[in-house]
Design a protein around this ligand. Structure first.
Ligand code: HEM
Length: 184
């Protein structure tokens, strides 16, 4: 794909994983921390430019879903946008998790980078997190960090979401990682 999309160009397309994803979260139904293998489907559609004055962003409109097995409904979904600003090397991932959380994570990368990291923090001046009132009181997202690694028709992510949960005295690391392969 044309390099207007910088490192995001390699992510455009349709992607799937086998059941190699791994989620670590506190399960309320089981009352303990669980490691859950999952499979995933993801589509990333290119768009752009989006002009903010002299800034020209190119992006991917994305949607992803994760399943534990062959159940009908995914147990986690995201919709959002990846954005690339070639002038500054800034990459953004703005997305919604339908628990009632919205995150804008950001970082800096070279146009030909094959690995990059984005971060957001609760109360962050630029890269922040918004959440509903229940979550603010019971399971508040303190920070989010994701590292993307690009391969040949494959890419991986490794992410850590730090939660302040009423079940634990210390901040709890809710982690997810997966590798997706191109299917379209
Ligand atoms: C592949 C990505 C993800 C998967 C598969 C996933 C999955 C899960 C699962 C299974 C739970 C436990 C629910 C329960 O049994 O009570 C959970 C909890 C939670 N997740 Fe995620 N999650 C992912 C990413 C994220 C991200 C990126 C955020 C925030 C930016 C997030 C925020 C939360 C919060 C706040 C809870 C706690 C809800 C509660 O305790 O009431 N998750 N997630």
């Amino acid at each position: 794909m044309a390099n207007e999309w910088g490192p995001l160009g390699a992510l455009a397309g349709e992607w799937e994983s086998d059941k190699g994803g791994l989620d670590t979260a506190f399960s309320h139904s089981q009352g303990k921390v669980l490691g859950t293998p999952y499979l995933e489907k993801c589509t990333m559609k290119p768009f752009g430019p989006v002009d903010n004055g002299s800034q020209h962003l190119y992006g991917l409109d994305y949607r992803s879903a994760m399943w534990r097995g062959d159940e009908e409904n995914p147990f986690h979904t995201e919709v959002g946008y990846w954005l690339w600003d070639a002038a500054t090397g800034e990459i953004l991932k703005g997305f919604v998790v339908p628990r009632g959380i919205t995150t804008l994570a950001g970082g800096i990368a070279a146009a030909d980078a094959t690995e990059f990291t984005l971060k957001a923090a609760m109360g962050g001046a630029q890269y922040g997190i918004g959440e509903n009132t229940y979550l603010a009181q019971n399971a508040s997202t303190l920070s989010y960090e994701v590292t993307i690694t690009l391969g040949e028709d494959t890419w991986s992510y490794d992410e850590v979401t730090i939660l302040k949960m009423k079940e634990f005295d210390e901040p709890f690391p809710h982690t997810d990682h997966n590798t997706l392969r191109r299917v379209g």
